[in-house]
Design a protein around this ligand. Sequence first.
Ligand SMILES: [Zn+2]
Length: 54
Amino acid sequence: MSKKVNLVCPGCKKIVEIDSKFKPFCSKGCKSIDFLRWANEEVAIETSEDDTQD
Ligand SMILES: [Zn+2]
C-alpha cells in the first residue's frame, strides 16, 4: 500500500495530483488566483473597512 494522500485544491476544491508541481493547488492558475485573493485581503485591511469575516 502506498502512502498516497489526496489533496484538495484550496482554490477550486478539485483533487490535486500528489505529484503536482503546484501543490497544494491543482494548477498554476489556482495558485496565482489564491495569491491574488490573499493580496487583495491585505489591501482590504489597509483600507480599514470593518468587515470582520474570519
Ligand atoms: Zn484548483
